[in-house]
Design a protein around this ligand. Sequence first.
Ligand SMILES: NC(=O)c1ccc[n+]([C@@H]2O[C@H](COP(=O)([O-])OP(=O)(O)OC[C@H]3O[C@@H](n4cnc5c(N)ncnc54)[C@H](OP(=O)(O)O)[C@@H]3O)[C@@H](O)[C@H]2O)c1
Length: 245
Amino acid sequence: MNYDLDFTGKTVLIVGGTSGIGNATAQGFRKNGAEVYVWGTRPSAADYSADDGSDLTGLHYQQMDVMDFDAIAAYQPPFAKLDVLVTCQGGVAYKRAEFEMATFQRIVDINLNSVMACCLKFEEMLEAAGGNIVIVGSIAGFHSTFGNPAYAASKTGVVGLVRTLGEAWAKKIRVNSVAPGFVATKLTTATTSRPDRLERAVSKIPVGRAAAPEEMAGPIMFLASPLASFMVGQSLCVDGGRLLE
Ligand SMILES: NC(=O)c1ccc[n+]([C@@H]2O[C@H](COP(=O)([O-])OP(=O)(O)OC[C@H]3O[C@@H](n4cnc5c(N)ncnc54)[C@H](OP(=O)(O)O)[C@@H]3O)[C@@H](O)[C@H]2O)c1
């Protein structure tokens, strides 16, 4: 048994690896020896900067709109093998936009349907490598999110998808999920930029603060490593105790 989190010689693809949790995770895998590919929405790596909280140093960047399922299916990977797929794309819409059908569908497409498209695309490559998948869900899969029905529905769907793919592919690809609580990223600026909202959000978290994106990278790398070799179909809540009460 190897107790290291050493990914030397491994190839990792992080969908949504340009920002927040995905970017911190991409850098974590890179620092632990992996060759890391990231997908994001902008035309080139030069379109991301430290001002956005993005660090693409040492990562291979490619543009991919994950809502274009045909483009995912047609993608020609620049890598010959894939050991780990992390799906970390995500979106949310505020001001009750998720109560409109077009927005509801767009959010479910980003947070749930595109995850399935990515898993199907890389199924063969991951099987060939004896690899695994870590899907980034949310604790919103386990509780109501008052103004965001699409976000909650999509993340609840992720919990079911992880269980079902976990069972269906157990003999060839391990599938698990990290379900973050409140993390300070681009996705949560509507909360972190407003002291009243931030205070309200943090008051519900037993540890009394939001997480840094790096605090999600460790659990994701753990699930992707041989340390988690007997874990299948699980959603690991990493939430500072938010769901305990
Ligand atoms: N932050 C939290 O409190 C929190 C809590 C629970 C779960 N999560 C989940 O964690 C994951 C990462 O979120 P984050 O907080 O790190 O947010 P983030 O900083 O906004 O990162 C989102 C990532 O998704 C990519 N993305 C969005 N739409 C895309 C599209 N159509 N095609 C391709 N890529 C797309 C973004 O690319 P660009 O950089 O090009 O925009 C970015 O890399 C999401 O699944 C989110 O639901 C976050």
